[in-house]
Design a protein around this ligand. Structure first.
Ligand SMILES: Nc1ncnc2c1ncn2[C@@H]1O[C@H](COP(=O)(O)OP(=O)(O)OP(=O)(O)O)[C@@H](O)[C@H]1O
Length: 231
């Protein structure tokens, strides 16, 4: 379980996240919905340790991780696919997928067994593996970015606006892949950000709304929004 407690983050002297608190549970998919500029990317980047926080705790399976260096996030099992896919154009797709494992100095056996699991789960990546990173479409790139995040995502998977710019058929494929992942991986907390909830309605176990850097939980059964407590 990942717990975010009272996270506040300023960027350039402006408060962007305000006392944000929420929890992610293993085996579930949480969707963080918010309009442009609401703070979705800032939330993920802050949890990844890529932005400094003013206050707040980040607790993974009972351990405080907020003061650990950002490069430790992958080591402790958090996979992250940023909004811009960040594939390296002159590396092969396979090397792009392997990048976090290489960065962590993972032993070759482990790297290969993790890669085999990613290919098992996403066989469409096998066909692309020899292509250069710069030689795939936007939608294929999103799949590669998901595979790369899965290389290290033992506990948590963050996907930042994965549907943005995807054609409807590819978006449906991506949503199906996500749905399988949610069903297959009871050990994984999944957090997906989106500006529109439509595609994710069927796989969201919980939907959080973020507005001007503060989070609300949408209680779909009651049809109301409830501001999350700050304690
Ligand atoms: N580098 C920066 N400098 C100044 N302000 C920033 C910076 N990065 C983000 N912000 C501000 O922080 C707020 C939240 O931005 P963020 O990118 O987290 O939103 P978002 O919900 O992910 O939006 P989008 O859907 O457009 O990606 C916005 O008001 C944005 O202008």
């Amino acid at each position: 379980m990942l717990k975010i407690e009272n996270l506040s983050v300023d960027i350039a002297g402006v408060q962007v996240l305000r006392d944000l608190s929420f929890e992610l549970t293993s085996g579930t998919c949480t969707v963080l919905i918010g309009r442009n500029g609401a703070g979705k990317t800032t939330t993920l980047r802050s949890i990844m340790g890529l932005l400094p926080r003013q206050s707040g705790r980040i607790v993974l399976d009972g351990q405080d991780i907020q003061d650990r260096p950002s490069q430790d996030r992958a080591r402790i099992g958090i996979g992250y696919a940023p909004e811009d896919r960040r594939l390296i154009g002159h590396f092969s797709i396979e090397d792009n997928i392997l990048l976090p494992a290489i960065a962590l100095n993972m032993p070759k056996d482990e790297r290969e067994s993790r890669l085999a699991k990613v290919y098992d789960f996403m066989p469409e990546l096998v066909k692309l593996k020899s292509r250069p990173g710069g030689g795939v479409s936007g939608g294929q790139g999103k799949m590669v970015a998901l595979g790369r995040a899965l290389m290290v995502a033992d506990k948590v998977l963050f996907l930042d606006e994965p549907f943005q710019g995807l054609a409807p058929a590819l978006a449906l494929d991506y949503a199906r892949t996500l749905s399988r992942l949610r069903d297959d991986r009871s050990d994984l907390c999944i957090l997906v950000t989106e500006s529109s909830p439509k595609l994710l309605d069927s796989i969201a176990d919980e939907t959080l709304l973020i507005e001007r850097g503060a989070v609300e939980r949408r209680d779909s059964s009651a049809g109301t929004n409830r501001r999350l407590g700050t304690g």
